[in-house]
Design a protein around this ligand. Structure first.
Ligand code: 1HN
Length: 363
């Protein structure tokens, strides 16, 4: 593709622009929007859970998963992103559907992924051979360059939310991929994975036990020692927090129990609980986020627009858009963001904003 050629009424300047374009150069003085006062490249956007479920089910009926093929995944494709299958400039969000008896074969890639189960149970995701059972509300990690495959030996179809740092890694031009072999991986269908046997209670750090799952490449072992976070644990933690604080909202971050850091270097995951009738304060942050409504109903005001939501809906909060949430029924919002990247690079910013007054439901 040729570089852009600028025009000018002055024939001399116009000639300069022609020569600049021929030399693959562009003048800074003709650039617009390179340095906006604040981030503003993306609008908020919401996908309905019912639409996601219906279309995932239809894909399940029509599209097979071949061995050696890949995954049955519907990517959240933000309309601001020119047809790319990306939810934000850094985050991939999607629903994945795996019917009973199906197997999504092994592969590994440099982009890191996580799965938050929405419906069904009985899938095992194998991560470098460690079998992670999946049931609704469970979070399982498939960190960068770990082998992973999904087995559904039961009869029930399963639907889960996939998040990856793929858009970010792609822009860094650091995507590597390797397909697995044809042979089936054996696994022990135990409800607790090796990583969960290592970390049985908060505050108890196993000495000398190392990681349940390791990778060979130097520097790529910066993901959580724990690979599965169970809904019962998260639910109990949130209820306990609400009781101890007496507040109408509580939130937890999923972290590496060995270090307290985010689960993976590029992705932050949190669960926000908002009780019925409560509206949170409004904040904005540099970096983008995807929310998945796990339970409940309510509305969020994002960058001055109001989006009402129900269980299964997913929405994007763009960088620096003010956001608050109001629950109609008790709500659990699973949130992922790219904030660990911004923090590592010294680009993180956050601000409390005045509450957003919005008259009508524009969703
Ligand atoms: C991937 O490996 C999975 O393993 C899901 O389940 C979604 C989207 C883009 C690239 C790789 C999976 C993916 C993906």
């Amino acid at each position: 593709m040729a570089t852009q050629r600028f025009q000018d009424d002055d024939p001399n300047v116009d000639g300069l622009y022609a020569d600049l374009a021929a030399a693959d150069l562009q003048p800074l003085w003709r650039q617009e929007g390179l340095l906006p006062r604040t981030p503003q490249r993306l609008t908020p956007h919401l996908w309905r859970g019912k639409t996601l479920r219906d279309l995932a089910e239809r894909s399940g009926e029509l599209i097979g998963i071949d061995r050696g093929g890949d995954r049955r995944v519907l990517a959240l494709a933000h309309p601001d992103l020119d047809g790319l299958p990306f939810a934000t400039h850094t985050l991939w969000g999607a629903v994945q559907y795996l019917a009973g008896g199906e197997l999504a074969p092994a592969h590994r890639h440099s982009p890191a992924a996580l799965r938050f189960t929405l419906q069904g149970s009985g899938v095992w995701t194998l991560v470098n051979g460690d079998a992670l059972h999946m049931a609704p509300g469970d979070l399982v990690l498939t960190p960068s360059w770990t082998w992973h495959e999904h087995h559904n030996p039961g009869t029930e179809p399963m639907l889960w939310f996939d998040a990856l740092d793929l858009p970010l890694v792609r822009n860094l031009d650091a995507v590597f991929f390797e397909p697995g072999g044809e042979e089936l991986s054996p696994y022990q269908p135990e409800k607790r994975s090796r990583s969960e046997h290592h970390f049985t209670a908060p505050g108890l750090l196993p000495l000398g036990a190392g990681r349940a799952v390791t990778v060979e490449e130097p520097g790529s072992d910066r993901f959580s020692h724990l690979l599965a976070y169970r809904w019962e644990t998260v639910d109990a933690a949130l209820s306990s927090l609400l009781r101890s604080t007496g507040h109408q909202e509580a939130a937890i971050r999923y972290t590496d129990p060995g270090t307290g850091h985010d689960i993976m270097p590029t992705l932050r995951a949190e669960l926000h609980r908002v009780l019925a009738g409560h509206r949170t304060a409004s904040t904005r942050r540099a970096g983008s986020a995807i929310y998945v409504v796990f339970h409940g109903s309510g509305a969020s005001v994002i960058g001055g627009r109001r989006f009402s939501w129900n269980a299964g809906d997913m929405f994007v909060v763009p960088s620096w858009a003010a956001v608050d949430h109001e629950a109609e029924e008790d709500a659990d919002l699973f949130r992922i963001s790219d904030e660990p990247v911004l923090e590592a690079l010294g680009l993180a910013r956050t601000e409390q904003t005045p509450s957003q007054q919005i008259p009508a439901d524009r969703a």
